[in-house]
Design a protein around this ligand. Structure first.
Ligand code: MRU
Length: 355
């Protein structure tokens, strides 16, 4: 168990679900510092708005469900640190801080979904005392985490049905345990299959520019004893042509009602390659990643990131100064390229209509 996102209580307990023993003040959001992986496994503990904002923005915690869980638990930590003379004051303070955290990244809908859920819960209980509201907020945040762990597990059980001994599976970016409360979305079927003794050969796209595939997916699959091979992003076509890939599974940061799926930049290209080579292409995501207010993926906001991630990513200049860079962090795979969407409720096939 990696515990990418958890709560650390004042008495040092690391917690992933609410218990009444936690009804004291204080506590902190605890995260794996993912920018240091695979070299170092280090945890950080945070309880102030700007460091939580910064952790989400800098990808200390990343992956749509993990971002949602971290924002919710972070908000609980921020609010628990303060004292309030009345509940309206607490709710206004929480809203201000939720608004700030919501500005950290634009594409993963789980961020907004989790913060909205937390705010709704405390607004509905505005008549409770401030101390009780602090506990209600923490309970809501830990319920989001616990539910995410369960949903990922269910995605794994459904997705496992697609996997057979000896299959080669390609994945892009990291939609594994590190990107969620635990197990992951795209990697969860692989973990469940592995537990059942099914031998798979996983290919992890390196995933430029920040290498979530090689730094994170390869690291966590290897930790779990699963056979994993890293390829550069531009090798996927060749590896498919060589017949090494039977199935593609990726995660998503936001799905629209028609099944279009935003995911890490490069996913769209992989989907086109899979179509050309007649390889089934699956997206795995929990309901917290669906944005049913959007009819199509065209309306999903695409995060633009710092050009330095391309020009100077790992401490070495790899392009000349004085030129242009374009760094969209996500792309949208249109539903017609998707064979199926693996959710906690089962696998959905086209035509998709989630409204
Ligand atoms: O920029 P990141 O690392 O947050 O991007 C993450 C991805 O694109 C994941 O594939 C996606 O969030 C699914 S995570 C279960």
């Amino acid at each position: 168990m990696l515990n990418p996102v958890s709560w650390k209580s004042n008495d040092g307990k690391i917690v992933r679900c609410y218990s009444h023993k936690l009804d004291n003040q204080g506590g902190r959001l605890r995260l794996i510092e993912q920018t240091l992986l695979p070299e170092k496994l280090k945890y950080v503990e945070l309880d102030d708005t700007e460091s939580i904002f910064d952790a989400i923005k800098r990808l200390v915690v990343r992956g749509a469900p993990a971002i949602g869980c971290a924002a919710a638990i972070g908000l609980a930590a921020i609010v628990r640190k303060e004292s309030f003379s009345n509940s309206t004051e607490l709710v206004n303070f929480a809203q201000e801080n939720a608004n700030r955290l919501a500005e950290s990244r634009p594409t993963a809908v789980n961020l907004f979904w989790a913060l909205d859920l937390c705010m709704r819960e405390i607004k509905e209980n505005i008549n409770a005392a401030p101390d009780d509201l602090q506990n209600i907020l923490l309970k809501t945040a830990l319920d989001i985490l616990e539910e995410d762990i369960q949903m990922c597990r269910s995605i794994g059980m459904h997705g496992k049905e697609l996997l057979k001994d000896g299959m080669g599976i390609l994945t892009h970016c990291n939609a594994g345990a590190l990107a969620t409360g635990d197990y992951g979305t795209a990697l969860s079927p692989m973990y469940v299959a592995h537990e059942a003794g099914i031998e798979l050969k996983i290919y992890a796209d390196e995933t430029r520019p920040l290498l979530q595939g090689s730094r994170l997916s390869a690291w966590e699959l290897n930790q779990a004893g699963i056979d994993v091979t890293v390829i550069c992003d531009n090798m996927a076509a060749q590896v498919m042509k060589e017949g090494k890939i039977d199935l593609v599974i990726v995660g998503s940061d936001r799905l629209s009602a028609n099944g279009d799926a935003a995911n890490k930049i490069g996913t769209y290209g992989v989907a086109i390659l899979a179509k050309y080579h007649n390889i089934p292409f699956y997206v795995a995501a929990p309901y917290s990643t669906f944005d049913l207010s959007l009819d199509s993926g065209d309306k999903i906001p695409i995060e633009q990131r710092d050009p330095e991630e391309i020009a100077n990513a790992f401490g070495r200049r790899t392009a000349p100064k004085g030129i242009n860079f374009y760094n969209p962090a996500f792309d949208v795979t249109p539903n017609e390229l998707i064979t199926g969407i693996i959710t906690e409720k089962g696998i959905f096939h086209p035509p998709f209509s989630f409204k």
